[in-house]
Design a protein around this ligand. Structure first.
Ligand code: VAH
Length: 318
């Protein structure tokens, strides 16, 4: 039996990951961890246990882990790339000081830990096309620095203390449930909202800027499938490249126009987002994830667009 704690359960990934884990393992076996001011509401609150979990407060986390006999922690506490650039110290405090607390608690309580990395862990001198699993990682953002450190610190705890740490490098994640909170790839979510509302979309990322992207159902499946994988088959543990699609603003715009022919987009490039996006891969090689734990995405740009427009129309136009 698994007893799971999701830290950051009300965020873009956490809110849907908590629902999916409860579906698979039972509502009562998945605790929704949150911070003050971002409490769970609706079914997230009603359907299972929740607890305040501030990763910068180790005693608080340790009490929740012991009270609920937690054996697996999904740690999604982080500031995203753009917000982090404005608050670098806080980004480190949550992303790394917080991670240290989680790893120590996991060591003491024999918990497995999933703390995602990102394509943001790569930098300008990383090979951009079919970025290898093992390659140069010299990111120029505090988000990227914290994600490389996340991978290395998680590997350290796995090697030195035997803590079962695992993670993937998420691409930009697209979903229709909880909007993203301050990332470079947020445009790929916002464009769908504009299309459904019948508004012109003002794109902050330049035409031709390729980035790896992924639909939320595939991202959730990747996290859970990796945590369920046979540890003896894993060569890597943290920072698996996973990929499903890669596109630039024109491609996603043209895909949406197949369903919404009157949809209009103009460009107003955000220099910070553009500089971050240009430092990230165009496409990743995810052969290690496919070989070591059977990773296989289900959605591509076409099927994601159909699903996004359907659900957002139901959500926004009802
Ligand atoms: C961001 N959505 O843009 C996040 C993610 C790979 C992108 O890390 O910061």
């Amino acid at each position: 039996m698994k007893n799971i704690l999701v830290i950051g359960s009300t965020g873009q990934i956490g809110s849907e990951l908590t629902r999916e884990l409860r579906k698979r393992y039972g509502n009562e076996n998945v605790v929704a961890g949150y911070i003050k001011g971002a409490e769970p509401t609706g079914e997230l609150k009603e359907n299972g246990p929740s607890a305040e979990c501030d990763v910068t407060n180790p005693e608080m986390i340790s009490n929740v882990v012991k009270k609920h006999n937690i054996d697996t922690i999904y740690n999604l506490a982080a500031l995203l790339s753009v917000v982090a650039e404005a608050k670098p110290r806080l980004a480190w405090k949550i992303g790394i000081d917080g991670l240290w607390n989680i790893l120590e608690i996991a060591r003491e309580n024999k918990c497995a830990v999933f703390t995602p990395s990102s394509i943001g862990s790569f930098g300008p001198n990383t090979p951009h096309l079919q970025t290898p699993q093992d390659t140069v990682q010299r990111p120029g953002t505090i988000y990227g620095v914290s994600k490389v450190t996340t991978e290395l610190l998680s590997d350290y705890y796995q090697k030195k203390y035997g803590v079962d740490t695992r993670s993937v490098r998420f691409p930009g994640i697209i979903s229709y449930v909880t909007p993203p909170g301050g990332g470079t790839t947020d445009y790929a979510v916002d464009i769908y909202y504009s299309a459904v509302k019948g508004e012109q979309f003002v794109c902050p990322i330049q035409k031709g800027t390729m980035m790896d992207m992924m639909y939320m159902p595939d991202a959730l499946n990747a996290a859970i499938q990796l945590m369920e994988a046979d540890a003896s088959k894993l060569i890597h543990h943290n920072g698996f490249n996973i990929a499903s699609m890669s596109f630039d603003p024109e491609e996603i715009y043209n895909e949406i126009k197949k369903s919404k022919p009157d949809f209009k987009m103009v460009y107003d490039v955000d220099p910070l987002k553009q500089s971050i996006a240009e430092s990230w891969p165009d496409s990743m090689d995810d052969s290690c994830a496919r070989a070591e734990w059977g990773w296989k995405p289900q959605f591509d740009l076409q099927s994601m667009t159909i699903d996004m427009l359907k659900h957002l129309s139901e959500k926004l136009l009802k």
